[in-house]
Design a protein around this ligand. Sequence first.
Ligand code: NI
Length: 204
Amino acid sequence: MNRATILIALAAAVVGGSVALIMSAPGLLPTSGIIGTTGQARVGGPFELVKHTGETVTDKDFRGRYMLIYFGFTYCPDICPSSLQLMTTALEDLDEPTLAKVTPVFITVDPERDTTELMADYVSNFHPKMIGLTGSPEQIADAIKAYRVFAQKQKTGDGPDEYTMDHSSFYYLVGPDGRFVTHFNHGVAPTKLTEQLKRRLASS
Ligand code: NI
C-alpha cells in the first residue's frame, strides 16, 4: 500500500467523526506506513498489560502461539462488539489443532473505564479463548503506540465519564516469535478471515 491508500484505509476504519482530523494530520502515521514499500512491517513490539483475571502479562507470555489482536473499548456501541463477534465466528470455524495455535486478544483503548472486572465480563460474551487486556494509561498508551493504533477521546457531555473513543479498527496477527505478521480490516468477511488464518497457521 502506498501512503495515500493507507490514509484512506485508516480514515475509513475510524469510528466517528475524526476522519477530517486524520486526513489533516499525516504526522499520526508511521513514516513507513503500516507496511512500507520495502515490505518491512513496523508494527507491534513489547508490551506490559493487565489480564482480565488480574495478573500482569507481557508480550513474552504469548510466545509460541499466534496472537490475533483487536483494540477497542467495552463501551463501544457497535463497531467493537461486531468486530469481536466476527473474530469469534472466524475462530469457531477453525479445527482444534489450528485453534490451539492462536490466542485471541482484546486490548482496551479506554483504560480509565475498562477495569479488569469489566474486561472479564465483556470478553465472556465472545470466544471462550479470548483474553482481555487493560492496564495503566501509560501501559495502554505504549501498546497503542507500538501497534500504530489511532485512539482519541471524544467528549459527549460535561461529566468525566461522558465520552466515547474514536479508534482505528484492525485485526493484527502476531507470530509465535512475537513479530507482526499481517493485519486485516474490520470489514473482512468472517469466512475470509478463517481462510487466511488457516493458511497462515498451517505453515507453522
Ligand atoms: Ni469500538
